[in-house]
Structure formats: C-alpha cells, structure tokens
Design a protein around this ligand. Structure first.
Ligand code: PMP
Length: 415
C-alpha cells in the first residue's frame, strides 16, 4: 500500500491488526511478548516500516529547491505527508501543520516563539497537576526568563482536573492554559469541551498536549477549538523523531521563528534577514523526511478502520483489566476517572513498582514503572510511582490474562 493511498474502511479486528505488527510475534525472556507499554511508544505496522525502507532505497534526497528527479519526488512525498497528517486532524490548511521532533519540541516551540512575544512579567500560565514534564518545564523556563508565573490547576483524588479551581484561577492575567488531552500517567480524558470555552471567556489561549490523545482519538482540531495541538508520531504507530505542532493561522503569522537556519528564511543578508511564512518559518534545517512520510503511512494505515470500533476495543480491554484487578489483594488503582483511555496505573501494597516491572519483564510482560515523567502528579498522590499497563489496538483480552497471571506469580515471589 502506498503511504498516502486512500483505503476503504474494513471491520476492525485486533487479531488481524496484530498480524500487521511484526515485532509482536517474538519471545522475550522465554515467553511470548505481551507489549503493554503503548503510552510510552506504540509498535509500527509493516506499511510504516515499508515506507521508511522505500524512501531510503528509492528516493532519499533533500527536500525543496532540488534540481533533480529524486529531490522532486522526495519533496512531493514530504508535502503530501503534511497534507495527509493535516487532513487526519481536520486542519483547515496543511500549512498550519509544523513538523517537529515530537510533542516536546512542539511545546518548546510554542513556549519560545509564542511565549516570548506574547507573555510578559506578571502574566500567568496555568498547567494541570496531570501534566507530563514536557508540558511543565518549557513553561517554567520561559516564565523564569520573563518574570511570569506557572501555576498548577489541582486534580481530584480520582484524577480529574478540578474545573471549579480552574474557574477561580482564570483571570485576565492568565494568558495560556496548557493541558493534556489524555493523561499518560493515569489515562484521564480531559474535558476539553468544557475547558476550552472557559478559557475563551477570559481570553486565555489553550495549548493541548496531544501526545496520548492522538493515539486513541480521531482528533479534530477545529471541533476542539484549541489554539495549539502538539503530538508525537511514535505514539500513533509512526516513527520516533517526528511529530507536529498544529496552531491557528493568526497565531502562526504573529509568532517569531523558533530556530534560525535553512528553509525558514525568505532572504538573508548582513543588513537584515526576512523570514519565510508558516510552516517553513518554524522548520529550520533539513527535516526528518522519512519520518514525515512514514507518519503519513501510519495515518493511512489507521484510516482503514473505524476509529470508533478501535476505541471500543481499547475500552473493552480497560474494563476487563479493571475487573481482573479485583482478584489481586492490595492492588490500588491510581486514577479512577470514568472517562479514561486504556491506561491502567496501579500499585500493590507492600511492593515497589520497579520490582514488579522487572519481574513482569521476566515473564515477557512489558509495562512501564516509575513517575512516567509526571513527578508533580506522583507528589500529589504521595507515591514514588506506579506500574502502568497501557493498551493499544493490537492488544487482546489474552494479553490482560497474561498480565494478571504473571502478576500473581510476581507477587507470590515478592510477598
Ligand atoms: N506529553 C505526554 C502526555 C506524553 O505522554 C509524552 C510522552 N510520554 C510527552 C508529552 C512527550 O512526548 P515526546 O517524548 O514524544 O516528545
């Protein structure tokens, strides 16, 4: 299948999808791999792997301004990829999609390019206690430089952003509210349909960290009505080192460049340099060409299926996981919001998450343990970290069964 080819919808089947992901069919530590670390990164289907191989074996070349056939083809595929990914998130135009290395770079881009021109001393940036460090530290850096303040919106015991607190914190000094679509640590799906209008009322801009949202939802940036949406390709079956920032056109037009170099300029001279327009204004240097093309292949792959069916499958896995977890004495689920993506974070009384993770790995079960780059959230719950099983479209109930069978063995050893 060509990376950008339109494909017709076929019924979703996790078993069939599994067959498309070669890495899943191997033994790890003598056991069939059960991959439950999807919130950290997803595995890649064969068409994504093929798109990378195809690029490097057939038309590797630098993009834009080439005078030869390979450069023309690379440029065409690269810009088609932008269109494909922009379409996938329902962007009004493809020029509103800026390629970045991922979510982290996209947020740093906004902090640098928008923050430094739109924030000043005494301004406030609100982030929630649920945030990944990538959506906290860039704001702290820019706030320190400008004399602005970063404040945390509290979250409830069940892991929801406290909207009443948000309402009282929102005043004319708040210039930006930066929240994730889905919490990587707990799975909470944040009610953007409430948060965005609240911010509109007071004039604050909204940045959505979509690192996890993009993995589980068919994102529609126009329906969300956010100002910025940041995401990483590797969370949505694409390669590492590629991701994107989407932003409203008027913001992109008003923002300063992020980095200086090739492609982002219009003219350069020692008496002054003028800049290209978006998206190129924000894309200095040779981009990750193969990454962009392979990310488009990932979205093309996903477009074969009905996303509602995929989401229902993931929700079934989460519900089954919650049900099976009742069998484990002393298991505490961290984050219990009804509206959650298929991420199950937990601790077990009298054990350390890291020990559980290491021993699960011995059984071929791959989970992640620790603070999940959300230390303020762990402080909120007064815990060192959690064990996190995060599910994707290729996981099955059999994987959940393996998780709990292995967990029972592990706890028999630890307790
Ligand atoms: N935000 C969230 C919610 C995430 O889950 C992650 C990745 N764990 C990031 C930001 C950072 O993404 P990346 O490392 O791909 O830039």
């Amino acid at each position: 299948m060509s990376a950008l080819q339109q494909v017709s919808i076929r019924p979703f089947s996790a078993e069939q999808v599994r067959a498309d992901f070669p890495i899943l069919h191997q033994d790890v530590n003598g056991h069939p791999l059960v991959y439950l670390d999807n919130a950290a990164t997803t595995q890649k289907p064969q068409p994504v792997i093929d798109a990378i191989v195809d690029y490097y074996s057939r038309y590797n070349s630098n993009v834009h301004r080439g005078a030869h056939a390979l450069a023309d083809l690379a440029t065409k595929k690269f810009e088609e990829a932008r269109e494909c990914v922009a379409n996938a998130i329902n962007s009004p135009t493809s020029s509103q999609l800026i390629w970045t290395r991922g979510t982290t770079e996209a947020i740093n881009l906004v902090a640098h390019s928008w923050g430094k021109t739109s924030l000043s001393a005494n301004d406030v940036i609100l982030v929630s206690e649920l945030e990944h460090h990538s959506n906290i530290v860039p704001w702290q850096l820019v706030a320190d430089e400008l004399g602005a303040t970063v404040k945390a919106i509290p979250v409830s015991q069940s892991g929801a952003i406290d909207l009443e607190s948000l309402a009282t914190m929102l005043d004319k000094n708040v210039k930006l509210v930066a929240v994730n679509h889905i919490s990587n640590a707990l799975g909470t799906i944040n009610p953007l349909e409430k948060i965005v209008p609240m911010c509109r009322d007071t004039g604050a801009k909204v940045l959505v960290d979509g690192a996890q949202g993009i993995a589980h939802f068919s994102v529609d940036v126009q329906a969300l009505d956010c100002d910025f949406y940041a995401f990483s390709g590797h969370k949505v079956f694409g390669p590492t080192g590629i991701g994107a920032l989407w932003a409203k056109q008027e913001l992109l037009d008003s923002m300063q460049p992020y980095q200086g170099g090739g492609e982002m300029i219009e003219t350069v001279s020692f008496s002054g340099t003028t800049f290209n327009s978006a998206p190129y204004k924000f894309e200095a240097g040779t981009p990750n060409i193969a990454g962009a093309i392979a990310l488009a292949a990932a979205f093309a792959y996903l477009s074969q299926f009905d996303r509602v069916e995929m989401l229902a499958h993931e929700q079934d896995l989460l519900a089954y996981c919650v049900k099976r977890s009742a069998e484990i004495e002393g298991l505490q689920r961290i984050g219990r919001e009804k509206n959650s993506a298929a991420i199950f974070s937990f601790g077990v009384d009298g054990t350390h998450p890291a020990d559980i993770g290491v021993l699960l790995d011995q059984q071929g079960v791959a989970v992640r343990t620790g603070h999940h780059c959300a230390q303020p959230l762990m402080q909120r719950y007064n815990i060192p970290g959690t064990v996190r099983a995060s599910f994707s479209i290729y996981n099955t109930r059999a994987d959940v069964d393996c998780l709990f069978a292995s967990l029972k063995k592990v706890l028999g050893f630890l307790r």
